[in-house]
Design a protein around this ligand. Structure first.
Ligand SMILES: Cc1cc2nc3c(=O)[nH]c(=O)nc-3n(C[C@H](O)[C@H](O)[C@H](O)COP(=O)(O)OP(=O)(O)OC[C@H]3O[C@@H](n4cnc5c(N)ncnc54)[C@H](O)[C@@H]3O)c2cc1C
Ligand SMILES: *[C@@H]1O[C@H](CO)[C@@H](O)[C@H](O)[C@H]1NC(C)=O
Ligand SMILES: *[C@@H]1O[C@H](CO)[C@@H](O)[C@H](O)[C@H]1NC(C)=O
Ligand SMILES: *[C@@H]1O[C@H](CO)[C@@H](O)[C@H](O)[C@H]1NC(C)=O
Ligand SMILES: *[C@@H]1O[C@H](CO)[C@@H](O)[C@H](O)[C@H]1NC(C)=O
Ligand SMILES: *[C@@H]1O[C@H](CO)[C@@H](O)[C@H](O)[C@H]1NC(C)=O
Length: 563
């Protein structure tokens, strides 16, 4: 008998017999008594998540909290503090097969009542291992649709589900710094200056803690993203990735509760198969992560280059973008440059980060690019500014302290850009970007240290190691849009996948589309089979399933019924 399942020998059969999960409103839904038994095992009262707009209903007499909602609806930190909020409100809604939408729009409409949409009705506010174990066991016993939620940033809405049962990780806020962390089971001379973050810690909190100890940790650029949730399990990129690797290359250890309710320490020495899978095999799939321990680095000064190129014609756009793409591999490989670019029909705007490089050296490095750009951009604007910062933290706090414009409806289409293509055929990359229905974003977060890691060392799609950047197309719509308008945005996203598909077949699980034709191949490549074996070992009943995640193909589109 599999040891992970010893504690719950019978539940294994539950999903086998019932081919569907039990949703809120169905006869099988647990009774009041079941919930009160559960509540008695928890450190906190049960949660009853509400969509954020609910405070503004009924429209003729909204609650006193409605004004707070109006002020904060685009604040990503405020959104992550609400158990019933996603960062993108489209994931809070649910569209029925007949096209009717269940939602709770913040901008109210008397004829449109506030309904729960895709927000789970009830859940657990986890503060301890025991809380997580109780939630997992309760979900198994009642065959519920368990959803693990941290900050709600997921671009495929994986941290919510209509009629589901919520496991909210947000308040697991412990942070510890250890000068000589030895992974459990490792030889005592294997020690690291390490930062351990609880599952609810967000990057701005982790950065601040690292700074307090004179260290830096590789994290996301948006500070409201979780430091120990979906970000790390999907791969985790940041501006310093070419210097320090991806998030998955910086993890020393996880603590988890498996789908069977068993607490495990997971690292290179203990449960190494699960350690491999949790590093890039996708969040919400193998186990519930309670804490993540990261290696920390010496801080170095940074040079930041911002740039703006305004093109007057498509021909100029293509020449500038081709040149920009062409120089990315050498920037990342030589000295660990990274950053971001935003490209529209008329403009390329740049935010480049050069770690441990002086302002003079950074300017000298980019001089040929800007000279070329000026020479081809006749009549257009070319500006750039170079700024010195003492450390990552000083840049981060100066630039991102007011983090986060979220709260708009958004879905993505994306691809990794192979370094080979960038080096030898950058025109193809430029053509694809310019063929998109509108603007796109380039996350220049690969190459350098990301490329020097053995592709087999983690569960992450191996093509990440041969990539230089990620390009994504984002589309959206206004609240209250009709289903037909939403469908046309989704058509453009499908179109973007066709176009970006010319660049390659791989993308980043965390910045991706719901409409990929072959998510297994696109998100995991040759690692898929091994990930599936590990997934089935640690979660044989399929308690933990997310859109496009490993094992999701065994379930129907709703992820509630077995195929
Ligand atoms: C504004 C914005 C900026 C972004 N910037 C970056 C960036 O700089 N770098 C980058 O790499 N990505 C970035 N992303 C993408 C980001 O990595 C994903 O949205 C990621 O899923 C967020 O993880 P989370 O835990 O914060 O969010 P959530 O939406 O709460 O969770 C994401 C997924 O992880 C699962 N999960 C969460 N916690 C746990 C847990 N403890 N155990 C098991 N499963 C869990 C959830 O079930 C869900 O499937 C950005 C996204 C947005 C919206
Ligand atoms: C308003 O918000 C506070 C704090 O979030 C909450 O305790 C209170 O119940 C809310 N009031 C209403 C009427 O929803
Ligand atoms: C669409 O389906 C939902 C759910 O079954 C139902 O509540 C709603 O009334 C239907 N709307 C229309 C216009 O048929
Ligand atoms: C968080 O830290 C406190 C104090 O060290 C400890 O008692 C508690 O068990 C920790 N919580 C978790 C979930 O690790
Ligand atoms: C460069 O700095 C000037 C002066 O502060 C500013 O007006 C301009 O917008 C900046 N340009 C870029 C691309 O950052
Ligand atoms: C930063 O660069 C300087 C000068 O090139 C070098 O001596 C130093 O070792 C570098 N520091 C780190 C931490 O890489």
């Amino acid at each position: 008998m599999n040891i992970l399942w010893f504690a719950l020998p019978f539940t294994r059969f539950a999903f086998g017999k019932l081919s569907c999960r039990c949703l809120y409103g169905e006869k099988c839904w647990p009774k009041v008594k079941d919930f009160s038994d559960l509540a008695s095992q928890l450190s906190q009262p049960l949660l009853h998540p509400k969509p954020p707009g609910s405070a503004c209903y009924p429209p003729d007499s909204p609650s006193e909290n409605c004004s707070k909602v109006m002020v904060n609806m685009h604040n990503s930190h405020w959104r992550s503090d609400q158990s019933g909020s996603m960062q993108a409100p489209n994931f809070e809604t649910h569209t029925f097969l007949n096209g009717t939408i269940s939602a709770c729009y913040i901008d109210t409409m008397p004829s449109f009542p506030c309904t729960q949409g895709s927000i789970p009705e009830i859940g657990v506010d986890a503060r301890s291992i025991q809380d997580v174990q109780a939630a997992v066991k309760f979900s198994l016993k009642h065959t519920l649709r368990l959803v693990i939620k941290n900050t709600g940033h997921d671009y495929l809405g994986r941290s919510t589900a209509r009629g589901g049962f919520l496991l909210w990780m947000h308040n697991l806020k412990n942070i510890t710094y250890n000068l000589a962390f030895v992974p459990s089971g490792a030889p005592p001379d294997r020690y690291y200056q390490a930062l351990t973050v609880g599952a609810g810690v967000q990057w701005h909190e982790a950065y601040e803690a690292a700074e307090t100890h004179g260290r830096v940790v590789l994290g996301a650029t948006a500070g409201s993203i979780g430091a120990g949730g979906g970000w790390i399990m999907g791969g985790g990129h940041g501006a310093l990735a070419a210097r320090h690797g991806l998030g998955v290359d910086n993890v020393l250890e996880f603590e988890v509760v498996t789908a069977g309710g068993v607490f495990l320490t997971v690292n290179a020495y203990k449960n190494p198969d699960l350690f491999w899978a949790l590093r890039g095999g996708g969040g919400g799939t193998y186990a519930v992560v309670l804490s993540t321990t990261y290696v920390t680095h010496d801080p170095v000064p940074l040079t930041i280059v911002t740039g703006l190129v305004n093109f007057k014609s498509p021909v100029v756009a293509k020449r500038v973008i081709t040149e920009f793409v062409r120089i990315l591999p050498s920037l990342a490989d030589s000295t660990g440059w990274g950053g971001y670019a935003f490209l529209s029909r008329n403009e390329l705007s740049l935010l480049l980060v050069a770690p441990n490089i002086t302002v003079d050296d950074a300017d000298a490095t980019l001089e040929p690019f800007f000279t070329f750009t000026k020479s081809v951009t006749v009549g257009g604007v070319v500006q750039h500014n170079t700024t010195h910062f003492d450390s990552f933290y000083s840049w981060y706090s100066a630039t991102f302290s007011t983090d986060g414009e979220t709260g708009t409806n958004v879905e993505l289409g994306s691809r990794l850009i192979p370094r080979n293509l960038a080096e030898h055929n950058p025109e193809t990359v430029a053509d694809a970007m310019l063929a998109l229905p509108h603007s796109c974003r380039i996350n220049f977060v690969a190459g350098g240290a990301v490329s020097s890691v053995d592709p087999e060392a983690t569960g992450l799609h191996p093509d990440w190691r041969k990539a230089i950047a990620l390009v994504y197309y984002a589309d959206g719509w206004e609240d209250k849009a009709y289903a037909s308008l939403i469908e046309s945005a989704r058509k453009r996203i499908r179109k973007s996948l066709e176009i970006l598909g010319r660049l390659g077949s791989a993308t980043y699980f965390n910045e991706a589309s719901l409409y990929e034709k072959d998510p297994q191949e696109t998100f995991f490549g040759s690692h898929y089979k091994r990930l599936k074996v590990i997934r089935d070992k640690y979660d044989p009943v399929g308690l933990l399933v997310v859109a496009g995640g490993v094992g999701s193909e065994d379930w129907d589109h709703s992820l509630n019924c077995r195929r």
